[in-house]
Design a protein. Structure first.
Length: 400
């Protein structure tokens, strides 16, 4: 006779073993997924890839891709996953994207920020979540004061404006009209240029501003012509320089004996080729030129152009150095984020394509060389050719 109880027990045992096997396989699969997740760190990049500031997004995105290619996409022994989001230059969108990247994607750092309002919109999220935030583009002095979790790898407008004000005062320019875009960086450029120029016995005849969105330069250029200054000092955000230079020439200001001096945003490497000969001779002050003669920069430019078929500008170097800053921090923390990553990024110093840079541990802002340059033609192309330098310039906006 068959032992039914034995069969039932065997059946139960087989079922039990199959269930255990299934659970074990599932646990292994989940463990494998978890291990892969633990082996990956995510960095959230928010950029204006469309809209009026799209050139900023294009440059920084290209520089990040170059860094990823050079580094093998690894840092701190982990794979780096870069999540690039387009905010189209709209602050409400930036804020929403930052929230999603922190809450849903669990990024170890936020980075990018093409304009000051976009960075300021994100600052409270960085503070609340203790997520390090690397500003690769926006340049208003006060940005780093908006959150203890903000660091900057771009520049500040006071750094650039003071440099050209010093040059103007030493080179026979006595009377100036200033023209800036009417938002945070423009306010900084206007103030710090005028303060330093007046300190050196110069005279500011008039202070003119244009809207950040869709500016028409014709009316203000007519005012400049009527004022008859020795020079016009200009700050405009990246992407507006070519349009301005065209109207400057059309209005005949270059022929009227009014010298054009500027921050380097105006003679942006990304647009310089489109400006034509009206840009020749423009003296400007900035932290990066694609023509910077160091071996590190020559390598950077060659590899950037090989990948992208266009010239890197100051936005690109801000993005490239921002990735290096985060990666060096992750090496120290072995991939951990939060306060540990923040502490590992503060005080870093290294050679950038622009020259040596330092992230000041107290202000979390960049200390860097500021170059005086002149637009010249070399081999049929326009370049910002450096002829003087101020070494290791801290942000004048933070010097009490």
């Amino acid at each position: 006779d068959r032992d039914w109880s034995s069969d039932v027990c065997s059946s139960d045992l087989r079922h039990h073993l199959l269930t255990l096997g299934t659970l074990a396989a599932a646990a292994l699969a989940l463990g494998s997924v978890a291990a892969r997740a633990e082996d990956t760190v995510k960095i959230g990049i928010i950029l204006p890839m469309t809209g009026p500031s799209a050139s900023t997004g294009r440059q920084i995105d290209a520089a990040i891709k170059l860094w990823m290619a050079q580094s093998g996409g690894k840092a701190g022994g982990k794979k780096v996953e870069v999540l690039v989001k387009d905010d189209a230059g709209v602050a409400d969108t930036t804020r929403r994207l930052a929230q999603e990247l922190v809450v849903n994607d669990k990024v170890v750092a936020l980075a990018g920020f093409g304009l000051t309002p976009l960075a300021l919109a994100t600052a409270p999220i960085a503070t609340q979540s203790k997520t390090p935030m690397v500003v690769m583009a926006a340049a208003t002095s006060s940005i780093t004061e908006a959150s203890p979790y903000i660091l900057r790898t771009s520049f500040t407008l006071p750094q650039a404006a003071v440099g050209i004000a010093e040059w103007a005062a030493k080179n026979g320019i006595k009377k100036v009209v200033t023209l800036v875009a009417d938002y945070g960086p423009g306010n900084d450029a206007e103030k710090y240029f005028a303060d330093r120029f007046l300190l050196n016995s110069g005279q500011v005849l008039e202070k003119l501003r244009t809207p950040l969105r869709s500016p028409d330069f014709a009316p203000v250029l007519q005012k400049v012509r009527d004022a008859k200054p020795d020079a016009l000092f200009v700050f405009l955000p990246s992407g507006q320089g070519a349009q301005f230079m065209k109207q400057f020439g059309e209005r005949g200001l270059d022929k009227a004996g009014i010298k054009l001096i500027a921050t380097g945003d105006v003679t942006d490497d990304d647009q310089l080729a489109d400006m034509g000969d009206v840009a020749l001779g423009v003296v400007n002050s900035h932290h990066y030129s694609a023509a910077h003669p160091s071996p590190a920069n020559k390598k950077f430019v060659a590899e950037f152009e090989a990948l992208n078929k266009f010239r890197p500008n100051f936005m690109a170097v801000g993005g490239y150095d921002g990735m290096r800053l985060i990666a060096k921090g992750l090496e120290q923390t072995k991939g951990a984020g939060g306060q540990a990553l923040m502490d590992a990024m503060k005080g870093q110093t290294f050679e950038s394509p622009r020259g040596n840079i330092l992230i000041d541990a107290q202000t979390r802002d960049i200390v860097q060389d500021i170059y005086t340059r002149k637009v010249e033609k070399k081999d049929g192309q326009l370049w910002n050719i450096e002829f003087d330098v101020q070494k290791s310039v801290k942000d004048p906006g933070k010097q009490k």
